[in-house]
Design a protein around this ligand. Sequence first.
Ligand SMILES: Nc1nc2c(ncn2[C@@H]2O[C@H](COP(=O)(O)OP(=O)(O)OP(=O)(O)O)[C@@H](O)[C@H]2O)c(=O)[nH]1
Ligand SMILES: [Mg+2]
Ligand SMILES: [Zn+2]
Length: 355
Amino acid sequence: MKLEELGYKENLEKFRVEQNLESFEIGRIIAEHKERYIVRTTEGNYEAEITGNIRFTAKGREDFPAVGDWVALTTYDFDFALIHKILPRFSIIKRQAVGKFGEIQVIATNIDFAFIIQAIDRDFNINRLERYLTICNSSHVKPIIVLSKIDLIEEFQINELLKNLSIRIKNVTIIPISNETKAGYEKVKMIIEKGKTYCLLGSSGVGKSTLLNNLSGNNCMKTDKISQSTNKGRHITTHRELIILENGGILIDNPGMKEVGIADASNGFEITFDLLFQISQNCKFKDCTHTFETGCAVIEAVEQGEINKESYDNYLKIEKEKAHYESTVLEKRKKDKAFGKMVKNYKKDMRKNKY
Ligand SMILES: Nc1nc2c(ncn2[C@@H]2O[C@H](COP(=O)(O)OP(=O)(O)OP(=O)(O)O)[C@@H](O)[C@H]2O)c(=O)[nH]1
Ligand SMILES: [Mg+2]
Ligand SMILES: [Zn+2]
């Protein structure tokens, strides 16, 4: 297999030459199991670990390899390798780590498109869709919404859902599908291009792995019947994995997500809530929070029905969370800096006293 077939791009080769990495092999991380990685190179798959240097210089989760990464590695034996460097990423999908406020979790890197999958049953939730969109928009990943399990409802109900969606979500391709009847599959296949990488995002049980298996024509990923009421929280897919389709498209399956915490939404937020941001240009105060101010163009637009009320409420909720996240990160950085200083002084003392 050629590197191009794994999604390798010209600028990566340029970087490799510039950085004198020519003595290393290049591969792409296709799976991760607790700091052990499976890397695919032109020669095959290797089980890999990172060098101590990567581990000790890492400032956070982002400095560790993730599925989708291109890495420079040295191979040993026929199946073991050591990862020396992570090549620059052109995109990175991340969210707030569940239960660890202020920390991030990297979902995948070097992604061109994300399929945001929601089932039309009780999983369907436009607020959550706006969260996924915000993550994609701030990651330079093009989002595509896939509504799955449409075999469970009537056509007029599908149209109703699409109509409700179109009020709040604009300029995003939406594809209703059924993994049972394969309705909508042609549209999905048309989007998947050779050498491009696609990430499957969504809650547990929406049919991500079923879609991937059907598209690839074999059962790479385990899928299962889950009883929504008794087995809540049980995930079928437990790790991320990259798979190459026959048509050359590269797909990354993910375990289902329960929470979609926004980690860094800088301009992704503005793209997702585009209308609101445009209207906010007319607010009287530059630092308007659009909650109580007189002369707030946003509040007025909500009252006039120009901005959807639920969308506005969701905006405020995410904005609050984002502000809280950012201040936590700032706080954490300050502490890390103080800790770094302490370690540095300690090392200095060690050298001085030659312990
Ligand atoms: N009726 C119907 N059932 C579906 C559809 N897609 C998936 N299912 C069923 O939903 C269940 C879960 O499917 P999976 O593909 O394992 O879901 P997943 O999104 O990969 O779940 P996690 O790996 O836990 O994140 C299986 O029993 C599937 O057969 C669909 O379009 N229609
Ligand atoms: Mg799965
Ligand atoms: Zn305002």
